[in-house]
Design a binder for this molecule. Structure first.
Ligand code: NAP
Length: 262
């Protein structure tokens, strides 16, 4: 299927590794020009090099910086004159006990996983509406649907974003101007973040980490973790011209892990 987005410009946040990188790869394969961000410059530059090799016909611009800061966002937005596609992503907050999270811990989580996407939407959505095409995808988590106890900061911040998106996606002048806003809710995808979290959980419980990972996989109906490529492919479809009628949705991609009929 030709996704019909070749030549578009995308800002893909937090994209040197994992799910963000997979989204950038899928978009670049479709001929989309990308601005990618991450804090660590070296890994980001290597990812940019891989993306250019994947499709030499597109422009790939790497902007190193922390997307949860106003300076990081300004630098990313300044890298190109306009964006047709925005993929909101950032690192997830750390796990822990809610009794130990002070106001600063909450503000950090809200900044990264709620307020940054909102700021980037504010900066790009009106231009998309004027041009009559826009795709905004927020990478949230299956934890919005089925909260993970130890990830309270993530559950809270991402649920806040989800409620906000449900309202604005339907606002006059957004959906009616072919600008869609959707959230992708990953379950367990084989990335550094997932492995770090699970290994830490295994260590806390005094268990062998490989055995713990195996048990974790067995609990998923698909009996495996998702691959970043599978996630990127869904992201690219949601950004495609074929997905104009898909907006304000939370798309769970989790190998069946969340037991729910809705
Ligand atoms: P990952 O493999 O650790 O990759 C995270 C990427 O984001 C890296 O490129 C990292 O580069 C960048 N990044 C992190 N914080 C950033 C910041 N403040 N500004 C700019 N770039 C930043 O993580 P992942 O598994 O792809 O997860 C991506 C998001 O999905 C996270 O929010 C995670 O909580 C969520 N999620 C993941 C899963 C899963 O199974 N993997 C499930 C549910 C939700 P630098 O460190 O160099 O900045």
């Amino acid at each position: 299927m030709n996704l019909g987005i070749a030549g578009r410009w995308a800002l893909v946040c937090a994209a040197s590794k994992g799910l963000g990188k997979a989204c950038a790869q899928a978009l670049v394969s479709e001929g989309v020009n990308v601005v990618i961000t991450a804090r660590g410059e070296q890994v980001l530059e290597e990812t940019a090099r891989q993306l250019r090799a994947l499709n030499p016909a597109v422009s790939v611009i790497a902007v190193a910086g922390d997307i949860s800061t106003s300076a990081g966002r300004a630098a990313a937005l300044a890298a190109h004159g306009h964006f047709d596609i925005l993929i909101n992503n950032a690192g997830g907050p750390p796990p822990g006990d809610f009794r130990e999270w002070d106001r600063d811990a909450w503000l950090k989580a809200l900044d990264a996983n709620m307020l940054t996407p909102i700021e980037l939407i504010k900066a790009t959505v009106d231009g998309m509406a004027e041009r009559g095409f826009g795709r905004i995808v927020n990478i949230t988590s299956s934890a919005v649907k089925s909260p993970i106890e130890s990830l309270g900061l993530s559950n809270g911040a991402r649920s806040g974003l989800t409620g906000f998106i449900a309202g604005i996606a339907r606002q006059d002048g957004i959906a009616s101007r072919n600008v869609t806003i959707n959230n992708l809710q990953p379950g367990s995808f084989d990335t550094d973040r997932l492995r770090e979290n699970l290994v830490e959980a295994a260590q806390e419980m005094g268990q062998d980490s490989e055995a713990f990972l195996d048990d974790y996989r067995r609990e998923i109906p698909a009996k495996r973790f998702g691959t970043p490529e599978e996630f990127g492919a869904l992201c690219a479809f949601v950004c495609s011209q074929h997905a104009s009628y898909l907006t304000g949705q939370n798309l769970l991609i989790d190998g069946g892990a969340v037991r729910s009929s809705q």
